[in-house]
Design a protein around this ligand. Structure first.
Ligand SMILES: Cc1cc2nc3c(=O)[nH]c(=O)nc-3n(C[C@H](O)[C@H](O)[C@H](O)COP(=O)(O)OP(=O)(O)OC[C@H]3O[C@@H](n4cnc5c(N)ncnc54)[C@H](O)[C@@H]3O)c2cc1C
Length: 392
């Protein structure tokens, strides 16, 4: 019902800030989501299933590495196009956007930015088409918000490295062909390694029983004396700034993406409120419903303007990690609040799979935690404002 009638809100004519190319890209992704995602996504969620058949299609529509140069298989688009793609994918489901975010910003980006020319040629074109699926291993069982404390490590064994450790909560882990893994060398310096499926001692057990991102494949990356060829080290980066720069790119995409989920919830609630009759009139006619709708649209509009400006700054390579933190924190919380308010407008119907709201709401509980929790992003902003580190 919502699929066919979906109308994305644009209260401040933000569309006028977009180019014709931006709008064409958005429209192509929106059509694909209507066709390929909306009809199957509720069932995939109910069954806790990743829809593997969508991967190649995501490659075909240019969702993998949109801003990676064409010579490496990307689409060479700007940052606003990347954001709009994330927005449309997340209108479908955060799981689909997460898959594309990881592939683009956490796997293709580090290989492009820090990889050797050989690594770029070997992996990027296949990741762009979806022939290869990538994963990004930073979080560990005992180190989430403080990745600097990671225990995964590797030693130099002459002609290869020997990698040990466990990464947890890794998107795409069970289905990945390749993963970019961050581990410490013998001096305690964090470095990136490209791990291919099939390396002996490497396992990717799946994480089951999630109530959130149920259509996404999540798991562990377990390394038990894995022999890693030396050419699989990312030569261009040392230290935590490697993974953190990837996270900046992914967080930027998230700050766009969640607007898509919020718009879907808002639009569903608006339509429902105009049709649902109680006490002899549409519930949209009650002041309390109007308060919810008005506040939701205000917050969506503010988020649209915030992210558009951040996109302009990113196109100029001027956006700081702290600015990205502010947008990720604000927009994810906004989307979660919109989902919760929309759910109320639908009453009991809001908890069913007939409408997308509960699914978005549950997904957003992950999105507000991963790629830096809501509170951690607040501390990043606090640190940026005051110069005082309140993390530890
Ligand atoms: C579905 C899903 C997919 C994910 N995909 C990936 C992936 O692909 N790759 C990857 O590497 N990781 C991934 N993650 C992991 C994610 O990034 C971490 O969950 C996140 O960084 C938080 O770590 P944690 O869960 O260990 O929480 P913790 O760090 O244990 O935090 C728990 C609570 O303590 C608070 N806290 C922590 N430190 C402080 C502090 N200094 N001050 C105040 N409060 C603090 C946090 O805000 C939070 O509320 C994924 C997670 C989920 C749920």
């Amino acid at each position: 019902m919502t699929t066919i009638r979906y109308k994305s809100p644009d209260y401040y004519q933000v569309d006028e800030l977009l180019t014709e190319e931006h709008k064409l890209i958005r429209s192509a992704i929106r059509d694909w989501v209507n066709r390929a995602v909306i009809p199957i996504i509720d069932e995939a969620n109910q069954k806790h299933e990743f829809s593997a058949h969508l991967v190649k299609e995501l490659g075909e529509i240019g969702a993998f590495g949109p801003y990676i140069p064409v010579e490496y298989g990307g689409s060479g688009m700007d940052q606003i196009s990347y954001g709009l793609i994330m927005q449309e994918l997340e209108r479908g489901d955060s799981a689909i956007r997460s898959m594309a975010s990881v592939q683009s910003s956490l796997v293709m980006y580090p290989i492009y930015k820090y990889g050797s020319e050989e690594q770029r040629r070997k992996y990027l074109p296949k990741l762009a088409t979806g022939e290869m699926i990538g994963a990004f291993g930073l979080t560990e069982p005992n180190h989430g918000s403080d990745p600097g404390g990671m225990l995964s490590h590797f030693t130099d064994e002459g002609d290869h490295y020997l990698l040990n450790g466990t990464k947890m909560w890794i998107t795409n882990a069970p289905i990945c062909h390749v993963s970019v893994v961050w581990a410490k060398d013998e001096t305690g310096t964090v470095k990136g390694l490209i791990i291919d499926r099939g390396m002996e001692g490497f396992a990717t057990p799946e994480t089951y029983r999630k109530w959130s991102l149920r259509a996404s494949s999540t798991g562990e990356l377990v390394f038990d004396n894995v022999k890693v060829p030396k050419e699989n080290l990312l030569p261009g980066v040392k230290g935590l700034k490697g993974p953190l720069s990837c996270l900046s790119s992914a967080r930027y995409g998230i700050a766009w993406g969640v607007i898509g989920a919020a718009m879907d919830c808002y639009d569903t609630a608006l339509q429902y409120s105009l049709e649902r009759i109680q006490f002899g009139k549409p519930i949209a006619a009650f002041q309390l419903t109007q308060k919810k709708l008005a506040e939701m649209l205000t917050e969506i509009t503010k988020a649209q303007l915030l992210i558009w400006r951040l996109g302009v700054l990113r196109n100029d390579d001027r956006a700081t990690p702290a600015q990205i933190s502010m947008a990720k924190r604000n927009n994810v919380k906004m989307a979660l609040d919109v989902a919760r308010e929309s759910r109320q407008i639908l009453g009991a119907m809001g908890i069913t799979g007939d409408f997308p709201i509960m699914r978005h709401m549950m997904n957003l509980e992950s999105v507000i935690t991963y790629e830096g929790t809501h509170d951690v992003h607040l501390l990043i902003t606090g640190n940026d404002i005051t110069g005082e580190n309140a993390f530890s």
